[in-house]
Ligand binder design. Structure first.
Ligand code: TRP
Ligand code: SF4
Length: 327
């Protein structure tokens, strides 16, 4: 069974959007049918950048986990937990930090990039440099075989493997080397045509109302070369059409392509069609979210129970770790 084990975490940044759904949640939902999955809120990882702004973390966990639950991550199938409720992550992080050369962390491309991008914040901290060590601890604590991550996380996963290998070499074979599980996911563009991202303010949130979503769709950029209604448009250049591909049924979409190129449909009408399908598809999940959110204890209960389950697994590994290093 343990070779069918998966671990993945998400930093609690708050409410999730369509990019998270197609990029992560849709994938998690499938994986839990086939694998033993551990999904967690990486709240200690949030501290690496939000150490001076911790007030929103608890609320962000709640909103994020509500999105997970409403959109199909199932606590009956997967272990859903909170990193900071399983202190073994911190213990293993400490031990791994002893055997991880600083040079491995300094050459991590994500580290350099983030330090440059978030230059308003002082990220020259010990904890930020050690981000990949904590991530390695998250993963190998459960002896996971596979880790579903995006391309941006591959350097981190490579460091995880190197750390696992080094531990096994220095002491004895305790950890399998986890492999990345890269799944092709559709690219989701935001309202302005850039990648959908909270920080761009161009997102459609899973938790918003049908009205809010429809309004946003009507403001979405289309084919910028189509100036007048009488100009032919090109769906392949159209930002909104990126969502038509995900939400409008094939036959109806084929008609739209033709009408757009023949200038027999206007963008307003075309986006109304999109909004209708999008809102209809999301409706049952959103209804479920409203239902779940009305039970104020629910998320905490699920996280407490999941964290107990996770801690039981973690205890077994840590006994082995302490034994291997003779402590
Ligand atoms: N670094 C991941 C991200 O930013 C979050 C994360 C923390 C994670 N620990 C993990 C992902 C362990 C997979 C496995 O998205
Ligand atoms: Fe895009 Fe539809 Fe307008 Fe064509 S008609 S440019 S597909 S919104």
């Amino acid at each position: 069974m343990s070779n069918k084990r998966i671990v993945s975490g998400m930093r609690p940044t708050g409410k999730l959007h369509l990019g998270h759904f197609h990029g992560v949640l849709a994938n998690w939902r499938e994986l839990q049918e086939e694998y033993e999955c551990f999904f967690f809120a990486a709240d200690w990882h949030s501290l690496t950048t939000e150490y001076d702004n911790t007030g929103a973390i608890l609320e962000n966990i709640r909103e994020m986990v509500l999105d997970w639950l409403a959109f199909g991550v199932d606590p009956a199938k997967s272990v859903i937990f909170r990193q900071s409720l399983v202190p073994q992550h911190a213990e293993l992080n400490l031990i791994l930090s002893m055997i991880t050369p600083v040079s491995w962390l300094e050459r991590n491309p994500t580290f350099k990039e983030m330090q440059d991008n978030l230059d308003a914040k002082d990220l020259s901290t010990f904890g930020f440099l050690g981000y990949p060590v904590l991530m390695a601890a998250d993963i190998i604590l459960y002896r996971a075989a596979k880790v579903p991550v995006g391309h941006d996380q591959l350097p981190h996963l490579e460091i995880t493997r190197e750390i696992a290998r080094r531990f096994n070499y220095l002491y004895r074979e305790v950890f399998p080397e986890p492999a990345a599980l890269l799944t092709e996911t559709p690219k989701v563009l935001g309202l302005d045509g850039r990648k959908m991202s909270k920080s761009y303010g161009n997102s459609i949130y899973l938790s918003e109302t049908a009205e809010e979503t429809s309004k946003k769709i009507m403001s979405m950029v289309t084919d910028t070369q189509r100036v007048r209604r009488s100009d032919p448009g090109e769906p392949d250049r159209c930002v909104a059409f990126n969502l038509h591909r995900l939400y409008v049924p094939d036959d109806e979409r084929a008609e739209i392509v033709e009408s757009c190129r023949g200038a027999t449909i206007g963008c307003v009408d075309c986006k109304k069609i999109l909004a209708r399908h999008l809102v209809e598809t999301l409706a049952p999940f959103r209804a479920k979210r409203v239902e779940l959110a009305a039970r104020p204890e629910l998320v905490d209960e699920i996280l407490a129970e999941g964290s107990d389950r996770a801690a039981r697994e973690a205890t077994v590994t840590m006994t082995d770790v302490r034994d291997a290093i003779r402590l």
